[in-house]
Design a protein around this ligand. Structure first.
Ligand code: DGJ
Length: 743
């Protein structure tokens, strides 16, 4: 079920007849986007998307259709109808319902949606719908277990502008005893049996967001983060779709869990060939023990669909993130060009060097200067100082004031790096408070990057951190805070009890409190590069740092995957040093610049190492970014499949222009290269196509735009443009600009 071919409306009506209507929702209808498709099939409709939910009386709600809005008169009804699936010996009688919270209490034999017990008993609550609440764009199902000891509420919402479906589940203990919760999926979604390809993302520091495609033939495919953060190795999101889906084609569904702690994703081919997918928080043993009237709320599941490959997913999720996730009303203000000191000076904060870098950065068009790690007491390498959030008196005898003033005078904002959650053993704060560490303090605690995590569940720890952060932000007019987190939390114990969940929630609270106390401050989420990229973090940060790898070729893969879930304006992208410290490979600064234009651009290199011509090239690239960011940051991102080139197109919402970055990694097979089709522009509009930036040109852009041809949108899609010959590790930026109106 659940996608393209769904069968007739008449069969929807059948579904109604096969089960009793639920008390309180029979025959009801709702206007707007939440409505009643039939007596016990309710619908959510918005932005060309329809979700149909069957609500059988005495049972659990289940999605029977999710995908493109059917044209109602001729619509085919959901082909999936669990109530009519035949069961056969030795299965239980009746269908195995794949509900939003599938349960063995109803004969479901796959991975259950909830696992819990009360002192070893009450392990199979049989939930059933007791009430349905409709909002303008939402449906909330209130379920009670048969003995009324538990309430489960499943909230579904279809976002009006994007059609993204969000689901959250909340469990309340209504009994007078304690329940231990082991698993509560945000929801279980059914997917078409013919889906085969599953795309997840793995990685490590310096090589994040590596796509991993697998075929789901049988059984369970499960990914988990047990490292107390979103993780490098298990991004909490996946795509699943028809065989060989790619950027431009295929039926695909995308799921993402907005959570920055331990999590579990699972896709299961059930024994009757249906597929279910579940995403939820991974709970440690004993981590959630619900006392009477206590509740557990799952993280939010975000779900998008596309019948036109991954670019359709990008379109839907970017629209959603812009409207509903990124902080602040509406769009972000213009994303200022950053300079970050990390790759230039590391811990060596020499005032002369910083002064020179401020001048050079301002000269090439940088707008925000971010002082990274190394500015605080005792921080000469990564073995000491973390936690002592006082400006280093040796490196900065008069504090940061001179630097902040210098940055402001040069016309830039000032930003500062912190890693609030961590301490080094060699720090005054840990010497004074050895019991502030997270973990079972009776045992030796594993260290990571020479550091320990602070126990954020302690009020004194939080008070200390907030006092330090807020007073520094106020004292130095800090516009921007890079919030880093550089180790896994594999032993999260607080006060003798598992604390991964509490630690994650406390991080959110700290950032929220900081933002409340320092209105206007912007925050970047970084965790050893890209280990904290998720919508819960994006809700409270303006920028996500995807990776410390500045290698422009490696970066193409990272950015391409990242762009599936996150819009370009929140993706930090920096021009790195000539030699990438992660891969050890060297590139021209112009190639590095080309790869950053479609993100939130910045520079992270020792500008003193660049020649005057190279600095001019960077200034030219920054100029292109500044001239175009207004429309780029609400544009549509399209990646084009190609076996040799890495091609990313940004299409202006107004259809009047596009920028295309074309990067060639290795030596080309054909010479000269074949024409490159550029789909997506309005067919009848005529465009002037130019090369705006060419990395094979000493100064990148040299004498300005080099005109190539004029063509209509249709011609560009059909015949394409002829590219200049591109050598290994080179690229061009093409511009298509509407001219002379319609053909
Ligand atoms: C890890 C981050 O990913 C880097 O960008 C940098 O901020 C270092 N931490 C500083 O220690």
């Amino acid at each position: 079920m659940l996608h393209r071919g769904h069968k007739g409306r008449s069969q929807m009506a059948d579904l109604t007849r096969t089960s009793e209507a639920v008390a309180g929702c029979a025959g009801s209808s709702a206007s707007g986007s939440a409505g009643s498709a039939s007596a016990n099939v309710l619908s959510l409709e918005a932005a060309d998307t329809t979700v149909l939910l069957a609500c059988p009386a005495g049972g659990l709600p289940e999605i029977v259709y999710w995908g493109p809005a059917p044209a109602h008169e001729s619509a085919d009804a959901p082909e999936h109808d669990a109530s009519r699936r035949l069961s056969f010996w030795p299965q239980c009688d009746g269908p195995e319902r794949l509900s939003l919270s599938p349960s063995p209490a109803y004969g479901f034999s796959g991975y259950p949606g909830i696992e819990l017990h009360s002192d070893g008993r009450h392990t199979l609550p049989r939930f059933a719908i007791v009430a349905i609440r409709r909002g303008q764009e939402s449906l909330a199902f209130e379920l009670a277990a048969d003995d009324a000891r538990l309430t489960l509420t499943i909230e579904t919402r279809l976002h009006p502008a994007s059609g993204v479906l969000t689901i959250v589940s909340e469990l309340i203990n209504r009994s007078d005893s304690c329940y231990s919760l082991q698993w509560l999926t945000a929801a279980a979604l059914p997917l078409p049996a013919e889906y085969r390809d599953v795309l997840t993302f793995r990685g490590r520091w310096g090589r994040e967001f590596q796509p991993a495609r697998q075929t789901l033939n049988d059984g369970l495919l499960m990914k988990e983060s047990r490292v107390g953060r979103t993780s490098h190795h298990s991004f909490p999101g996946l795509l699943i779709g028809s065989p060989a889906f790619d950027d431009e084609q295929g039926s695909v569904r995308a799921l993402h869990l907005g959570w920055s702690g331990n999590h579990r994703l699972l896709v299961e081919r059930l024994r009757d060939d249906r597929i279910q997918v579940q995403l939820g928080e991974l709970l440690l043993p004993g981590e959630v023990r619900l006392q009477p009237e206590e509740r557990y709320r799952s993280p939010t599941l975000f779900a998008a669909w596309s019948e036109t490959g991954l670019n359709g997913i990008r379109r839907q999720l970017h629209r959603y993130a812009r409207a509903d996730v990124i902080p602040g009303p509406g769009r972000l203000r213009q994303r200022p060009v950053h300079f970050n000191t990390w790759d230039a000076v590391r811990f060596d904060h020499d005032s002369q060097a910083l002064d020179t870098l401020v001048g050079l950065a301002a000269d090439i068009g940088v707008e925000r200067f971010v002082l990274d790690d190394g500015w605080f007491r005792g921080r000469d390498d990564d073995r000491a100082g973390l936690g002592d959030w006082y400006v280093c008196e040796r490196k900065y005898p008069d504090g940061l004031r001179w630097l902040v003033d210098r940055v402001h005078l040069a016309g830039m904002e000032f930003g500062l790096w912190f890693e609030p959650e961590m301490v080094n053993e060699d720090s005054d704060i840990l010497r004074a408070h050895p019991d502030w560490r997270l973990g079972d303090l009776r045992q030796p605690l594993p260290r990571g990057r020479n550091q320990y995590a602070l126990d954020l569940d302690r009020a004194d720890v939080r008070e200390y951190l907030l006092e330090r952060l807020i007073s520094l932000v106020r004292q130095y007019d800090i516009a921007y805070l890079k919030w880093d987190m550089n180790r896994d939390l594999i032993h999260p114990v607080s006060d003798g009890r598992p604390a991964a969940r509490r630690q994650t929630m406390r991080v959110y609270e700290l950032i929220d409190e900081l933002r409340r106390s320092c209105p206007g401050i912007e925050v970047e989420a970084c965790a050893s590069g890209g280990a904290r990229a998720d919508y819960a973090m994006l809700k409270r940060t303006e920028r996500i740092w995807p990776s410390d790898c500045h290698d422009p070729l490696e970066r193409q893969t990272i950015q391409r995957s990242f762009s599936l879930f996150f819009p370009p304006e929140v993706m930090g992208a920096h021009i790195g040093p000539r030699r990438c410290s992660v891969t050890g490979r060297s590139y021209s600064p112009s190639l590095s610049a080309l790869g950053t234009l479609f993100g939130h651009m910045g520079v992270e290199a020792d500008l003193r190492d660049f020649s005057a011509t190279e600095l001019e090239t960077l200034a030219a690239a920054i100029g292109i970014y500044r001239d175009n960011r207004d429309w780029l940051h609400c544009a549509e991102t399209v990646w084009l499949p190609h076996d040799e080139l890495s091609i990313c197109m940004m299409l202006a919402a107004a259809g009047d222009q596009a920028l295309v970055s074309v990067i060639h990694g290795s030596a080309s097979r054909n010479w000269p290269p074949s024409a490159l089709a550029l789909p997506g522009l309005p067919a009848a509009t005529r465009y002037q196509v130019s090369i705006l930036f060419d990395t094979q040109n000493a100064a990148g852009t040299a004498a300005g735009a080099e005109s190539m041809q004029t063509a209509t949108g249709r011609e560009l899609a059909d015949r394409g443009v002829t590219l200049p010959p591109l050598g290994p590790a080179s690229g061009v930026l093409l511009q298509a600009l509407a001219v002379g109106g319609r053909k």
